[in-house]
Design a protein around this ligand. Structure first.
Ligand code: IPE
Ligand code: IPE
Ligand code: MG
Length: 254
């Protein structure tokens, strides 16, 4: 406990990332290491979500986006998909009170039409019941993929050009961004992936163009508050140059 507090104190509150995105990976391996079914790992991953959301909100992070289910995850065995959907329903339902107590707004991104009816109902209820909260936004990426989101944006823009309500010259990066699922969100400054995999698996492809990436071997069900602090401290030691030279960045600070 003492150690956790120490690590938290090393986080520079003045230079917090406003938006952190996490690829919560390694649930299946965590369960298999214990001789259990993969779903046991997903169940234990819920506590990590709780801890991470709490830690982020306590620090003052404004947006936390969690990759909970990718478009590609629909291709997993039917039993695992069903178990994950069932877990989502239960978890969302159980957490509404805690979210409200902590003033956290739940949001969702992804191809939500694809979700089971029950999941959609629970989700919409939670989105609605937490919509007035303002301390932090907890965004669940569900049935989400970055390429899907970009293609949807391209289709919407193409429709408008065809209808004559948008001209080609108006299409800029800024305008394109406004066609993303949750356009008001700033791009994540920090992306964390657990489980030792070094890839982004189709997550937030547009938004992470200049995001700092942090990889940890920890499996998601083992991820705790101090792991989030560690990732943020690591991020705060980096120099974000956005194509400029180091000298330019240092001079700007002065
Ligand atoms: C992440 O853990 C959770 C989801 C993708 C839904 P995994 O289920 O991918 O676990 P591993 O990577 O197989 O260990
Ligand atoms: C990415 O994890 C998706 C989520 C965490 C929801 P995966 O386990 O599905 O990714 P790959 O298949 O290893 O790239
Ligand atoms: Mg995985």
């Amino acid at each position: 406990m003492e150690e956790t507090k120490d690590l938290r104190d090393l986080v520079d509150r003045e230079r917090l990332p406003s938006h952190i995105a996490i690829i919560m990976d390694g649930n299946g391996r965590w369960a298999q290491q214990r001789g259990e079914q993969r779903v046991f790992g997903h169940q234990n991953g819920v506590e990590s979500v709780r801890q991470t959301a709490e830690a982020a909100a306590e620090l003052g992070v404004r947006y936390l986006t969690l990759y909970a289910f990718s478009t590609e995850n629909w291709n997993r065995p039917k039993e695992e998909v069903n178990a994950l959907m069932h877990l989502l329903v239960i978890t969302i339902n159980n957490e509404i009170k805690t979210l409200n107590d902590n003033n956290i707004r739940l949001r969702a991104m992804g191809n939500l039409h694809c979700l089971d009816k029950k999941v959609k109902e629970e989700l919409n209820e939670a989105l609605d019941k937490t919509s007035h909260n303002s301390r932090m936004e907890l965004i669940l990426a569900l049935s989400y993929s970055g390429r899907w989101e970009i293609v949807e944006a391209a289709k919407a823009i193409a429709r408008q050009v065809k209808e004559g309500t948008l001209s080609e010259e108006k299409i800029t990066e800024k305008l394109f961004s406004s066609y993303m699922n949750l356009p008001a969100l700033p791009d994540p400054e920090l992306l964390i992936r657990t489980s030792g995999e070094y890839r982004t698996s189709n997550f937030l492809m547009w938004q992470t163009a200049y995001t700092e990436l942090y990889f940890t071997p920890k499996l998601w069900p083992d991820f705790r508050k101090e792991d989030l602090y560690e990732a943020i401290i690591n991020y705060q030691q980096r120099e974000r140059r956005f194509g400029k030279t180091s000298e330019q960045i240092i001079n700007c600070k002065g």
